[in-house]
Design a protein around this ligand. Structure first.
Ligand code: ADP
Length: 410
């Protein structure tokens, strides 16, 4: 009995030892497998990280990343070559180290920096108008594309890629110069055609019959369209080349607008349109570049007339906006701008489908010029429009713009 009890206890102990040994070998083997797997994963992660770093590092474009508070967390090698930024920038706030300037040489505040804007607006921001000002006072024209970084639906930072576009800008300049020269040379023969066709139509070179008169009218109208196009091209190239220097002089806005209305009176009467003009008398001491403002008014007013059907109404208003600005609005009740066209409306040569379908002539250069003028005069432009209800263009300008000359040219 006693031995049986002792034997069964020994058996239990033995069983226990076997069990412990089993656990030891089983988990020992298992943990060695897990450890190996962990090491493998660590190595793969390190290889991936090294590969990503090598990829980002060898990109020819500059890459800068920030966290969601705008603190720099990454700069690649190209930044070192292009703007002399290295790893010592990591941890610094973008606002404290930003080297961005606009085309006039003015420092761009951090709120307007594409990296900051893409964080606040939570969308991609692209800019081609900025320069990086390097310490040695040379500047670099750059194309910047900034994107927010999302993780599980939340913005955790932003990444910016920038590219040196000095060469593209130079090619653009050469193209503008060519357009300028070509359009300048085209003006003289076009004026000659105009002059002789007018002479033929008036019968000064001998009598012409009704059919001949109609053919000449077609030639005259076609030539007029070419003259308009050439003038637009000439003005666009002047604005692009910056050869139209801003000259601020005291200006009487009311008479400037009234002159533009007068120049369009034949069409306004032809289309039986009503046109109103109101300039608030409180606005005093306006300074602007008369040539540029005339060009702007001419484009906005002729567009309102062109893109409004017979019997339509146009309201032109100038009202104070705070103490230092005024707001010009040109409203019509015409064809409107379709939703799909709104984003592209200030692009060179763009025309919306609804007016193209009506065969209204145009060059698609007017609003591009208007926008460029607004930028040169330190203003802002926007519009509201509904198809077949009408369009209002708004332009705000400082009463006394401060035009800074670009000081740094590469
Ligand atoms: P253009 O009038 O010579 O075509 P613009 O650059 O002045 O060129 O205008 C570009 C396009 O914007 C026009 O073709 C037209 O589609 C649209 N647009 C401009 N102004 C108006 C307006 N007041 N009403 C409706 N559409 C307009």
């Amino acid at each position: 009995m006693f031995f049986t009890a002792v034997n069964s206890m020994m058996f239990v102990e033995w069983l226990f030892i076997v069990f412990i040994l089993f656990l030891y070998f089983y988990f020992g083997k298992r943990s060695r497998v897990i450890l190996k797997e962990l090491e493998k994963e660590k190595m793969t992660a390190e290889i991936n990280r090294a590969r990503e770093e090598a990829m980002l590092g060898s990109i020819g474009d500059g890459v800068v990343a920030t966290d969601k508070n705008g603190a720099i967390i990454f700069v690649n090698k190209a930044c070192q070559e292009m703007i002399a930024w290295d790893d010592s920038m990591i941890g610094k706030k973008l606002g404290d180290v930003s080297l961005l300037s606009d085309e006039t040489g003015k420092h761009v505040p951090v709120e307007k920096h594409p990296l900051h804007l893409c964080l606040t607006k939570q969308k991609k921001i692209i800019s081609t108008n900025y320069h990086f000002v390097k310490k040695d006072k040379m500047d670099l024209a750059v194309y910047i594309s900034a994107m927010p970084i999302f993780f599980k639906g939340k913005v955790i930072g932003a990444i910016e890629v920038f590219r040196d576009i000095t060469q593209e800008k130079e090619i653009d300049r050469i193209k503008s110069e060519f357009v300028f020269l070509a359009s300048h040379q085209l003006r003289t023969p076009l004026s000659t055609i105009n002059w002789y066709v007018e002479m033929l139509m008036s019968g000064d070179a001998g009598p012409i019959n009704e059919d001949q008169k109609n053919y000449l009218k077609e030639v005259y109208q076609g030539n007029q369209r070419m003259v308009e196009m050439v003038n637009d091209l000439l003005n666009v190239s002047r604005l692009d080349l910056g050869t139209l220097a801003v000259q601020l002089v005291p200006t009487d806005l009311k008479s400037l607008i009234e002159d533009e209305i007068k120049a369009n009176l034949p069409t306004i009467e032809d289309k039986k349109m009503i046109i109103n003009c109101e300039v608030d008398t409180e606005i005093k001491g306006v300074e602007t570049d008369i040539k540029m403002l005339k060009m702007l008014l001419q484009n906005l007013i002729t567009n309102a007339i062109k893109y409004t059907p017979e019997g339509g109404k146009i309201d032109i208003k100038v009202a104070p906006q705070g103490k230092k600005e005024y707001l010009l609005s040109v409203a019509d009740n015409g064809y409107g701008i379709p939703e799909a066209s709104k984003e592209k409306i200030f692009t060179k040569l763009y025309r919306a489908d609804n007016v193209m379908a009506k065969e209204i002539t145009g060059t698609g250069l007017g609003l591009y010029m208007v926008k460029s003028i607004v930028e040169k005069l330190q203003g802002k432009i926007w519009f509201e429009s509904r198809v077949d209800k009408g369009t209002t263009f708004f332009v705000s300008f400082p009463i006394k713009p401060v035009i800074k000359k670009k000081t740094i040219i590469i």
